[in-house]
Design a protein around this ligand. Structure first.
Ligand code: MG
Length: 401
């Protein structure tokens, strides 16, 4: 029996080498040189996550056995009594992913080996094409196809689109305005245009970003059915998920949902009632690798695939964790990819690379990713007030972003 390795310290690293503010947790152990990294990125509330770890979780974790990943996850979740909130879930994820990283390093195996081994050599990815006009979107998607990608998410004018005739009342405040009805019409036109221009070979995706009223979402899923999307993402807000039953009964458009979910009660019924086709929780937001393994197993039993949330506000460490889950999961669907910069690769050595539309692991033990803390420190997180989440409907009232 090897002697117990314990948690000696927990560091929170805030860095912003690109557009997104990132939170990475480093768990140091009693074994010299042995540490793990985890993603705790709640980009809009990085300082709250930092405080949750520094002021609350850390003291609870110091001295604990690094091998007891499951027990520490369970205990961390109930230790504050109130649970399943985004700040706490992200904080727990940072530690959970770091403990899985440590377990892999101790075993001398990449994480996917600990999960059960590879189901595939690499993970197919989708990338994001946005343009001001349908032709611009098609041009961008075409360029991705030439680079070897086969799955492209097509958006026009950002989430919510750019409404042509925004009729605001006098005195309406500034903000990020959109008109749900005009968005629906414009996107339908764009999707049909891109499909016509690029043909049937490309897999097209679209993210509604919960911008439609539920009944318009029902209509939209029906309207886009002929264009054979790979999936339609976040067609509803989490508050409206009961409407999925209605949508499911009326269209065969594949549905993906979950980036805003915090609580297993949110994804469980969508899986067990087969109301969606892809679960796409933000792994750090759901609490880390430990709950993701369970959600994957549940989804597999009901024919639902995985497509974890992965824009630039999933840190490179988080992307590495997603990739290990992808390689193992029998029911893996697609990996959302964000086209990292060369600086991202310098700050996070080991960040996986895409070749010809597939994301490959590097075969290092654990998550296979590191952080250059000296370089990361040169890019401190900005203290900003988020603008894009200040979203308004045409009459000036607030809307879900
Ligand atoms: Mg989304």
């Amino acid at each position: 029996m090897s002697s117990t390795v314990t948690i000696e310290d927990v560091e929170v690293i805030l860095t912003q080498p690109g557009q997104s503010r990132l939170v990475v947790v480093k768990v140091l152990t009693s074994e010299p040189g042995l540490y793990g990294l985890g993603c705790a990125t709640f980009t809009q509330r990085v300082f709250a996550v930092e405080a949750a770890i520094e002021r609350h979780l850390k003291a609870f974790l110091i001295g604990r056995d690094v091998d007891r990943v499951e027990e520490l996850w369970q205990m961390s979740m109930v230790h504050g009594y109130w649970r399943n909130g985004p700040v706490l879930n992200n904080a727990i994820s940072g530690v959970d992913q770091a403990l899985w990283d440590i377990k892999g390093k101790r075993a001398g195996m990449p994480l996917y080996q600990l999960l059960g081994g590879k189901s595939r050599e690499a993970a197919a990815v989708y990338v994001h094409a946005d343009g001001a006009t349908p032709d611009e979107v098609a041009d961008k998607a075409q360029r991705f196809l030439e680079e070897g990608f086969r799955h492209v998410r097509i958006q026009m004018g950002g989430y919510g689109g750019r409404s042509t005739a925004m009729h605001r009342p006098e005195g309406a405040p500034e903000g990020n305005y959109f008109d749900p009805r005009s968005y629906g019409r414009a996107m339908l036109g764009m999707i049909s245009h891109v499909r016509e221009r690029l043909g049937e070979q490309v897999e097209l995706l679209h993210d509604v970003h919960e911008r439609l009223h539920p009944i318009d979402a029902v209509q939209f899923a029906k309207d886009v059915e002929p264009y054979r999307l790979f999936f339609l993402e976040d067609l509803l807000a989490p508050e409206d998920i009961d409407w999925f039953k209605t949508i499911r009964g009326q269209s065969a458009t594949p549905l993906a949902m979950g980036e805003l979910f915090n609580n297993p009660r949110e994804w469980r019924p969508l899986i067990t009632e087969r109301l969606i086709d892809f679960v796409r929780m933000h792994i750090s937001q759901m609490g880390g690798i430990t709950p993701a393994i369970k959600a994957t197993g549940l989804a597999d039993a009901f024919g639902v695939r995985t497509a974890w949330h992965g824009p630039s506000d999933t840190s490179p460490v988080g992307h590495a964790a997603n990739l290990h889950l992808d390689l193992w999961a029998p029911n893996f669907g697609i990996h959302e990819w964000y086209l990292p910069s060369e600086l991202d690769y310098e700050v996070f050595p080991g960040l996986p690379r895409v070749v010809d539309g597939y994301l490959y692991p590097n075969e290092q033990p654990g998550l296979g990713i590191d952080i250059d803390q000296e370089l990361a420190a040169k890019f401190p997180c900005e203290e900003i007030v988020e603008q894009w989440t200040q979203t308004r409907l045409p009459d000036g009232s607030s809307a879900r972003p």
